[in-house]
Design a protein around this ligand. Structure first.
Ligand code: GRG
Length: 304
């Protein structure tokens, strides 16, 4: 296997497309039937999760599991769970009480289509379904310790120690200038924590060693920081058509961002440094890491 030289770097968009079909089939299979008295909220959950998205976090989980010697059957339930948690966070973030956005994944946001109450419940439904899946699958009593560890890692990444904590610090920082330390803390918690958990869960479910789990987690953290710095840059430079969401929201809300703090060029350089850190950690994983290597670059250089 060639580590370090990547002349034949995989085409990330086609990998994500191929992965997407399998992930979407698994998501479909986990969604409850959209009939009966709960039909409206199930319909909104389907609208939120099946209407687009790059499926980057599930790809990180599946590829990290593979790089630690596991197969898709072990990692797919966690891959679905992290996408459900990510989608819930987008649905809630778009609400008028938070970011107040009417465009997501190129379509009207869930609350615009269904109303605020249904959007809140659809987010709640996705979040709780994710933990039902993590508690049960992959089935087998012998896998119970791995399921428990993966569940804890994902709960920490999604909760107050991770994404929820980052979101409140981000909301409270609106209109106030953040220094680089606070901004990195917000990015690390709001965005990178779920990537970190996505990677760590893949390693855990493969039965990886403590050092491999740590390497996977560090990879996810660095990829997540690169991803969020790129998001800050795209918020300044990309169009609504490219993004599938409204650009310029951060500046309008008075949020601190990397470009506001250090400029566009230095932001791009910071993202490149995180990509290099992500790739360094891949050396500590036992299996093939070409796709994870390419995913890190994609996170920083994407245009959507
Ligand atoms: C509501 C608890 C809670 C948290 C919200 C996700 C989030 C935290 C806020 C959304 C706004 C934002 C800038 C989030 C940073 C992460 C981010 C850029 C999400 C978009 O992720 P992509 O590009 O989305 O992977 P797709 O649609 O491709 O899945």
């Amino acid at each position: 296997m060639s580590r370090g030289t990547h002349e034949d770097a995989p085409d990330v968009r086609s990998i994500l497309r191929a992965r997407r079909e399998r992930v979407d089939r698994a998501i479909e299979a986990y969604l409850p039937p959209g009939t009966g008295f709960a039909a409206t909220v199930v319909d909104a959950m389907r609208y939120a999760i099946l209407g687009g998205g790059k499926r980057l976090r599930p790809a990180v989980t599946l590829e990290t599991c593979a790089a630690c010697g596991g197969d898709d059957a072990l990692a797919m339930p966690a891959a679905v769970a992290v996408e459900m948690i990510h989608t819930y966070s987008l649905v809630h973030d778009d609400l008028p009480a938070m970011d107040d956005d009417d465009l997501r994944r190129g379509r009207p946001t869930v609350h615009v289509r269904y109303g605020d109450a249904v959007a809140i419940l659809a987010g709640d439904g996705l979040l709780t379904l994710a933990f039902e899946i993590l508690g049960r699958d992959p089935e087998g009593a012998e896998l119970a310790p791995l399921r428990a560890d993966a569940t804890v890692a994902i709960a920490r990444g999604a909760g107050v120690a991770g994404m929820v904590g980052g979101q409140i610090a981000d909301l409270e920082g609106e209109g106030a200038a953040a220094d680089a330390c606070r901004l990195e803390w917000i990015h690390r918690h709001k965005t990178a924590a779920l990537f970190r958990a996505s990677a760590e869960a893949g390693a855990i479910l493969a039965g990886a060693s403590a050092d491999e789990r740590d390497a996977a987690a560090e990879y996810g953290d660095a990829l997540g920081l690169a991803f969020q710095i790129a998001d800050d840059v795209l918020d300044r430079t990309a169009t609504a058509e490219q993004l599938g969401k409204t650009p310029g929201k951060d500046a309008a809300a008075g949020k601190s961002t990397y470009p506001a703090l250090v400029g566009l060029d230095a932001s791009r350089e910071s993202a490149r440094q995180q990509v290099a850190r992500a790739r360094d950690n891949l050396r500590r994983l036992p299996g093939a890491t070409e796709t994870l290597h390419a995913l890190a670059g994609f996170a920083a250089e994407r245009s959507s």
